[in-house]
Design a protein around this ligand. Structure first.
Ligand code: SF4
Length: 461
């Protein structure tokens, strides 16, 4: 993802992973490998709960990356039959250990551990009602509201308790949980967040993205359908449906930016979609240039698509430092610029004297794009054109993607020409909404809320 500086990009949400084995197995290791492949979805905290045959549950969680949270010693302990894991980027609740997942507790059916990707739009009202009824919360996360709702209904059985909780909550969610010796998964009725099922012999997996199934050597079985609850145990997969029919509205930014290109979401390859975004962008408005450069990482497949469609050679243009994670916000402008230069540098030997077109996934505030253009000019590029493979982001997201308020979104208050001037490019082209849907080969089935202001769920409950 091109989030090499975090303050000017949409931020990924979270990643969830689960594993069921009919016998005691290295489920903790599987979960660890799965989460490593989902690390791009959240880098603030990580955690894994493992349920053992004797119903003992071991949970390890902490702040930081997977590799920082899990030592070899911790993983050796984590054998069992079921594991659920989570990587977090905070969208509701502050970034601290209390909000790290999985969340867990005891209910009528025994131990419950749950990991959630998404954001509820009615969590405040639910939390307030539950607090009035005496529920005590350990965290400020909306995910704990879901955990408590499931626990409350647990006397009705595991599936009914999840169905009842889903009937009460509104918003985006992909859930992975363990209850009553089963691994369970659920996806919100709009399918805003992805969730898929994998299998390796008699071991079953749930994952936010299929790239993590590849990592554990599992085969992709299918996506969990919007509004579906799945139970994975020694019987295989059982499916239940929430009695709420909705039009599917998967977040279109999974394809544009969030998901890893080697993932397949709802039957569509993320990589191929990004290639087509680049092709469509070229078809909508050809720019004369000597080189096409993709902004690392998510701009690269689209740049390849642009290059193939136009015949303009693709080139690296930038070198990314892979060893720098999130950096804190530096107090002075100069230090902030320095930190950016450590993360990404322009390749002078590549671009000097050339007309380049930079392809990026989106423009949020415009500060990133301005820096990219300026870096190209400093490296000697003769002309710097800018192509964006999403239509302008004009409104915030309410479903778990961290976006600034409307006033800070550059496309909310500036014309394309004004944005071009602001970022200092020789030309600026955005992929149109029609072009985006054409490239996705589907006219319906996506949330386009931040691009159109029309959301699948009213954000104000
Ligand atoms: S509003 Fe935008 S970022 Fe949020 S879910 Fe919809 S498409 Fe995704």
């Amino acid at each position: 993802m091109s989030s090499f500086w975090s303050e000017d990009h949409l931020q990924e949400e979270c990643g969830v992973f689960g594993c069921f084995s009919p016998k005691d197995d290295d489920v903790g290791d599987y979960c660890y490998l799965g989460l490593l492949s989902l690390q791009h979805r959240g880098q603030e905290s990580a955690g894994i709960s493992v349920a053992q045959e004797d119903c003992q549950v071991i949970t390890t969680k902490g702040m930081g990356l997977i590799a920082q949270v899990f030592t070899r010693e911790a993983l050796v302990e984590m054998t069992g039959r079921i594991a659920v894991g989570h990587v977090r980027y905070s969208t509701t609740g502050t970034s601290n250990i209390e909000n790290a997942q999985p969340f867990e507790g005891h209910c009528k059916l025994g131990h419950l551990s749950m990991a959630h990707n998404g954001t509820l739009v009615n969590s405040e009202i639910l939390r307030s009602l539950m607090e009035d009824g005496g529920t005590v919360f350990q965290s400020t996360s909306d995910s704990e509201v879901i955990l408590n709702l499931i626990a409350r209904g647990s006397s009705k059985g595991s599936v009914k308790s999840v169905v009842d909780a889903m009937s009460a909550i509104k918003g985006s969610y992909a859930l992975v949980l363990t209850l009553e010796g089963k691994l369970m998964g659920a996806r919100d009725p709009y399918g805003l967040r992805p969730l898929c099922i994998g299998r390796k012999e008699d071991t079953w997996f749930l994952s936010s993205e299929s790239c993590a199934l590849n990592a554990v050597g599992a085969e992709f079985v299918r996506d969990v359908a919007p509004g579906e609850i799945v139970v994975l145990d020694q019987e295989g997969v059982q499916s239940f449906e929430l009695n709420k029919k909705n039009v599917q509205a998967t977040c279109v930014f999974e394809y544009i930016y969030f998901a890893r290109p080697d993932s397949i979401i709802d039957g569509m390859s993320v990589y191929e979609s990004r290639l087509r975004f680049g092709e469509e962008l070229y078809k909508e408005g050809a720019v004369e240039a000597d080189l096409v450069i993709g902004v690392p990482d998510s701009g690269i497949p689209a740049a390849l698509g642009y290059s193939r469609a136009s015949g303009i050679p693709f080139s690296l243009g930038f070198i990314k430092n892979h060893y720098v994670g999130r950096t804190f916000i530096h107090p002075s402008q100069e230090l902030r610029e320095r930190a950016v230069s450590v993360k990404l540098s322009a390749l002078e030997a590549d671009v000097r004297g050339k007309r380049v077109i930079l392809i990026d996934d989106s423009i949020v505030r415009g500060t990133t794009s301005r820096r990219l253009v300026s870096k190209m000019r400093q490296a000697g590029a003769k002309e710097v054109h800018f192509g964006v493979v999403s239509p302008p982001i004009i409104e915030p997201c309410y479903f778990g993607i961290d976006t600034p308020v409307s006033e800070e979104l550059i496309a909310n208050n500036m014309s394309v020409e004004d944005i071009r001037k602001e970022i200092g490019a020789d030309s600026l082209s955005y992929l149109s909404l029609d072009g985006l849907l054409k490239a996705l080969k589907k006219e319906k089935g996506f949330c386009l809320g931040c691009l159109t202001g029309q959301y699948p769920i009213s954000p104000h409950q």
